[in-house]
Design a binder for this molecule. Structure first.
Ligand code: 4HQ
Length: 243
């Protein structure tokens, strides 16, 4: 069972996301153990202070080394497995599906979420932490990024998704966005389901879906299409035929 620790000042933010749907099922069925710890419990003074002004001046507050590192030491002692320590920060490496797969293969992960403030750099150094960002925008805290990462990991654990679902067909699994899907009725307010999907011709359906996936990726994520073309080159360096 994979263990994910989250160090945070706002554990209540996790209550709802961790208790619905696939994450709830994953916890109930023993696929994953999620342990929240409150950094403020490790504050030393009577005000429970965990942050302070930045040296050199500037706006905002900075999370102090002592409460975060004491909290980390405390959770590390709870389990013999060392665990990768990850700071959620916009300065980190961008989170993506390959990273989710890599993390889903770990035994233990420790996520550190700061709220409002950044981290004293010595937290990263002393903890031997990696830094991960979920995207190029600024949030008010690392809690939502921690939840995003947990969600992406849990659904990749063997047995987390029902039989009918599969992580294999997801967007990104082959480097392209997913093709468009349709369900009943065949016509809605004059909008028809493409004939090919009703044809029963599986080869033609497969070709149509591939073409649509490429068009969608070209339109919305040309950056992904460039990667896809590179990965699709054969041993002679020629681009494999896209039908
Ligand atoms: N923040 N990906 C600032 C983020 C963020 C992101 C988390 C805001 C950390 C201190 N984290 N706090 N984007 O914007 O991970």
């Amino acid at each position: 069972m994979i263990r994910i620790d989250v160090l945070t000042l706002f554990g209540e933010m996790f209550d709802s996301p961790l208790n619905f749907s696939i994450i709830k099922r994953g916890r109930q069925s023993g696929l994953i153990d999620i342990v929240l710890s409150n950094i403020r419990d490790f504050a030393k003074d009577s005000y429970k202070k965990v942050d302070d002004k930045p040296y050199g001046g500037g706006a905002g507050m900075v999370l102090m080394c002592q409460p975060v590192l004491d909290c980390l030491e405390h959770v590390q002692k709870q389990d013999a497995r060392p665990g990768r320590v990850i700071l959620l920060t916009p300065q980190g490496k961008k989170f993506d599906q390959p990273t989710a797969k890599e993390l889903a293969a770990q035994q233990r992960i420790i996520l550190i979420a700061g709220h409002y403030e950044g981290f004293d750099e010595r937290i990263r150094i002393a903890a031997g932490a990696e830094e991960i960002s979920i995207g190029d925008y600024v949030l008010s805290g690392g809690e939502l990024p921690a939840m995003v990462i947990i969600d992406a990991i849990v659904r990749l654990l063997p047995g987390a998704l029902g039989d009918e679902d599969s992580a294999a067909n997801d967007s990104f699994s082959d480097g392209l966005l997913e093709y468009p899907q349709y369900t009943r009725p065949e016509e809605f307010k004059g909008l028809k389901v493409p004939d090919v999907l009703l044809s029963g011709n599986h080869k033609e359906i497969e070709k149509w879906r591939k073409r649509q996936a490429i068009e969608k990726t070209n339109e919305n994520r040309p950056d992904l299409l460039h990667k896809y073309k590179k990965q699709s080159r054969d041993s002679n360096g020629a681009v494999k035929k896209i039908q």
